[in-house]
Design a protein around this ligand. Structure first.
Ligand SMILES: [Zn+2]
Length: 453
């Protein structure tokens, strides 16, 4: 037998003896060209989807040893991918609202981070983020912040999948008081966690082209390339930032980064609001991945990103919430709804960013942004079982004419009833299996009682 025959043989053997089965419901696979499977059955063995069946066609039910998730009156779909966040910023949720971005960042957030972030607070803030993300159907995150050993610990304990990146900035930062050591700290972080878990990929996150020098950006890129890991960055979030880069370098940010060698398929750029047509074509040609962060962009008055144009140009665009202090939640259902509606207002185009497109951004395209498209993002035999079950037996989800519409325009994160990552159930019937919500919320409340800016 060749390797494909062996894989097929194993898959057939596993179909007969799954360790987890999702029974019933409408299965929205998000696989290209595949229609939803009604009254479905998803079979899972050793963390991998082995088959997706229609129960009408195949009557044989799960065996006695199999754990069963009941998905009657529910939509079964890929777990959501939050492609840009800063998990521990849950600590600063609601601390500084209704401010211009520069004032918010320099007068509130940077000082709060300097004063209150430490390994303990980052750990509990990250655990709270994991709790909130599981509760709202997110199964995979791309995170960038400080004291990231603690975020790795939290994400690992929660059982989520993630690209966890050490923040790099050319100011004294939490845990990195000497900015000259920022790259060294990030490299050591990568070395410490590479190979630790199949679910966690370490990486680096450069804050932005204006808060990181040319030397830092090039250094971060070289280290990321050496380990073959993506590099995350905030790109062209404000027009001020774009003007500052032009003033310093004579080039728009994309062309400045291109000169440094960063505009390449290993770069994940969040925001990407103030881009011109030439920058969008350059990004497409070089394969840079984009993360749209609509609620943060709106709240900080950064402006609307040209997402419809980027999607039409063929760019890979994922969806993110950004940190909790500029959103103020981590609910990707809200983010999908906002992304679709914001495009309608901004582009004056009701179909440009439809429900199907924004679900792709939050699932399969998000997986591609993180380089995980072969493992997650769609429900297909052979892929990792990162799956959520959305309860549609609720007034605001009745009736369901179109599941895509229901997910984007009617549902919210609290409708998610079951969450599975890598075949492990992290939430069943809204009960968490890996985290203690009372302990985490009490701990964060105690931390927040000492925070004031
Ligand atoms: Zn961000």
């Amino acid at each position: 037998m060749n390797s494909e025959d062996i894989t097929g043989h194993l898959m057939n053997a596993h179909k007969k003896n799954p360790d987890l089965v999702i029974e019933g419901g409408l299965v929205l696979t998000m696989a290209e060209g595949q229609a939803p499977v009604s009254n479905g059955r998803v079979l899972i063995k050793h963390g991998i989807i082995t088959d997706i069946q229609s129960r009408k066609e195949k009557g044989e039910g799960p065996g006695l040893q199999t754990e069963v998730i009941d998905a009657k009156d529910a939509i079964v779909m890929p777990g959501l991918v939050n492609a840009h966040t800063h998990a521990a910023m849950t600590l600063f949720r609601g601390l500084a609202d209704d401010l211009p971005l520069k004032q918010w960042l320099f007068e509130k957030i940077f000082p709060a981070e300097a004063k209150y972030l430490n390994p303990d607070t980052v750990y509990w803030g990250s655990l709270l983020a994991c709790l909130e993300m599981i509760a709202s159907g997110t199964t995979c995150i791309a995170d960038g912040y400080f004291f990231q050993d603690e975020t790795v610990r939290a994400v690992h304990e929660a059982g989520l999948r993630g690209l966890i990146a050490q923040g790099v900035i050319d100011f004294p930062a939490p845990g990195v008081p000497d900015p000259k050591k920022n790259l060294e700290v990030a490299r050591e972080f990568i070395e410490r966690w590479l190979g630790f878990s199949a679910l966690i990929t370490p990486g680096m996150f450069c804050h932005s082209p204006v808060t990181c020098s040319e030397q830092t950006l090039k250094g971060a890129w070289e280290i990321s390339r050496r380990f073959d890991l993506p590099l995350q960055i905030h790109l062209s979030e404000t027009s001020d930032e774009v003007n500052e880069v032009i003033r310093k370098t004579g080039k728009r940010p994309v062309f400045y980064l291109d000169r440094l060698g960063l505009i390449d398929k290993g770069l994940i750029a969040a925001h990407a609001i103030h881009l011109d047509e030439r920058e969008i074509s350059c990004i497409f040609e070089k394969g840079v991945k984009i993360v749209h962060v609509p609620e943060s962009n709106m709240k900080l008055c950064a402006g609307p990103a040209p997402v419809r144009d980027m999607v039409n140009a063929g760019l890979t665009v994922g969806l993110g919430t950004d940190g909790c202090s500029s959103n103020n939640n981590l609910d990707l259902f809200c983010e999908m709804d906002t992304a679709a509606k914001l495009s309608k207002v901004y582009d004056l185009d009701p179909v440009g960013l439809d429900a199907n497109t924004v679900i792709k951004m939050a699932t399969c395209w998000g997986a591609s942004v993180l380089g995980l498209e072969k493992e997650i993002g769609t429900l297909e035999p052979g892929k990792r079982a990162d799956i959520i079950v959305v309860d549609t037996h609720q007034p605001h989800l009745c009736p369901v004419y179109d599941p895509l519409s229901a997910i984007v325009y009617s549902a919210n994160g609290a409708d998610v009833k079951d969450v599975i990552v890598n075949g492990k159930v992290l939430m069943k019937n809204r009960e968490f299996t890996t985290l203690d919500p009372v302990e985490i919320m009490e701990k964060v409340k105690a931390i927040s009682s000492k925070i004031s800016i």
